[in-house]
Design a protein around this ligand. Structure first.
Ligand SMILES: NC(=O)C1=CN([C@@H]2O[C@H](COP(=O)(O)OP(=O)(O)OC[C@H]3O[C@@H](n4cnc5c(N)ncnc54)[C@H](O)[C@@H]3O)[C@@H](O)[C@H]2O)C=CC1
Ligand SMILES: O=C(O)CCC(=O)C(=O)O
Length: 419
């Protein structure tokens, strides 16, 4: 298995973990165990295509660690999906859930596919077959998937339906990020973006920066990027750049985000045809002068090659694993304040937790309560991480990782597994 795990994302996750484990003097046996997934399932997914052919897709579901509770983590549909990437994302989920104090372990899933190349019927058939193949691993008390890159509430609804058919009753708690009609939660759709804004505002307060004078550039305009843009603007910051896979728009005077959202999301107009700013590449976007840079697309975007060119004051990592370790060292030298992924983007899984609790309670919470509880949990995690980083003179990333790993280590210790 180790050869198949050997991908850039997995190497990054393990290198971060090794560094944190060394600093905290983590038990050697536990270190060896947590370097690898607890279990990984690789599945073949035969799908009848609309033209009658059968195409076989490859999918994965990985459980990194379940010492603290059921596993939790999204499902990614993307051509770049590999076992190593899914395993890295699962490891990050373990630390993320522990850091936020959620009673979960870490998991992730994925299918190597471009979902945009499938018809809606093909996508539904593929999702149902993938669910049937990973059925032995998932369940409300076992492993609870959610949306990630290339998946959304509709995909979660198909998973919930397929799982429910198998067990013979409606089981809303098997996934989060569902439509409201089948047990979804208010506020889950924009939760990751809302959390990014909550921690960005906390960082600005710490750095004594005025939000009304701040500019924001956001790479990625999907679930995380688009809601981050809207909520940043609602909070009084000026969003000067947004992008998707094809490139982005830049306007130093500020973009009209509600108008862009309406045309891009509701009318399907490509970003390049919305003339409210200059057209720039994704590489250009990362190098714009701005107060806050939010990578909200894929991993390893900020590397040893471009980190020196960043001109932001705060890097708020909406994406998972957007920054390599080499880049981290350069950003530290430049004095860029990094809010690491497992903290910055934890709003999604925090509200997923609320959804799972509401499903178990069969009782829906108000939007106001969800936003307040999200704010309380994520800003408390930010404050703990900042206090630890300051006291131990370490980076925010190492402080966040050590905070999460420590809770996982305690769970292993109390359960009598290690040392
Ligand atoms: N959806 C969620 O609740 C959470 C997502 N995340 C992370 O946030 C990131 C984005 O996820 P979502 O917004 O859910 O995905 P999404 O599929 O909704 O959107 C992805 C966006 O990234 C863009 N993109 C893809 N490749 C790109 C590239 N090479 N350069 C620039 N842009 C590119 C796409 O065009 C799209 O706008 C991922 O790293 C994901 O793991 C983290 C926590 C929760
Ligand atoms: O909402 C969830 O359960 C997980 C979201 C996710 O995949 C992530 O935080 O990376």
């Amino acid at each position: 298995m180790q050869n198949e795990l050997d991908t850039p994302a997995f190497r990054l996750a393990v290198a971060q973990f090794d560094e944190a484990a060394k600093r905290m003097n983590l038990d050697r046996n536990l270190h060896q165990r947590l370097k690898l997934p607890q279990r990984s399932l690789m599945v073949s997914i035969p799908v009848r295509m609309d033209d009658g052919r059968v195409e076989v897709f490859t999918g994965y579901r990985v459980h990194h660690d379940m010492s603290r509770g059921p596993c939790k983590g999204g499902i990614r549909y993307h051509l770049g999906v590999t076992l190593g990437e899914v395993a890295a994302l699962a490891m990050w989920m373990t630390w993320k859930c522990a850091l936020a104090g959620l009673p979960y372990g870490g998991a992730k899933g994925g299918v190597k596919v471009n979902p945009k190349s499938l018809s809606r019927d093909e996508l539904q058939r593929m999702t149902r077959r993938y669910t049937a193949e990973i059925f032995p691993l998932i369940g409300p008390d076992r492993d609870v998937p959610a949306p990630d890159v290339g998946t959304d509430s509709q995909v979660m609804a198909w998973i919930m339906d397929t799982y429910s058919q198998q067990v013979g009753y409606a089981s809303p708690g098997v996934v989060t990020g569902k439509p409201l009609s089948i047990g979804g939660s208010l506020g889950r759709e924009d939760a990751t973006g809302r959390g990014v804004v909550d921690v960005t505002l906390a960082a600005m307060k710490h750095l004594e920066l005025d939000p009304s004078q701040a500019t924001v550039a956001i790479q990625g305009f999907g679930n995380v990027g688009s809601h981050t843009a809207r909520i940043m603007q609602e909070a009084g910051l000026k969003v000067v750049a947004v992008s998707d896979v094809n490139g982005g728009l830049y306007n130093p005077k500020g973009l009209d985000i509600p108008d862009i959202l309406k045309r891009y999301r509701e009318e399907g107009t490509p970003l390049g045809k919305i003339r409210s700013g200059d057209w720039i590449t994704n590489e250009d976007l990362l190098q714009l002068p701005c107060t806050v840079l939010v990578p909200a697309a894929l991993s390893e975007q900020i590397t040893g090659k471009n980190a020196d060119k960043l001109r932001c004051r705060i890097l708020a990592e909406g994406a998972n694993g957007p920054t390599t370790m080499e880049a981290d060292a350069i950003l530290a030298e430049k004095g860029i304040f990094v809010i690491p992924d497992i903290l910055a983007n934890s709003g999604g899984v925090i509200v997923s937790y609320f959804e799972w609790v509401q499903d178990a309670q069969r009782f829906g919470w108000k939007s106001k309560d969800i936003q307040e509880r999200l704010h309380d949990i994520i800003t408390a995690a930010f404050a703990r991480t900042l206090a630890f980083a300051t006291e131990h003179r370490t980076s925010m990333r190492m402080a966040a990782l050590m905070g999460g790993i420590e809770k996982v280590a305690q769970a292993h210790l109390h359960r009598g597994l290690y040392p």
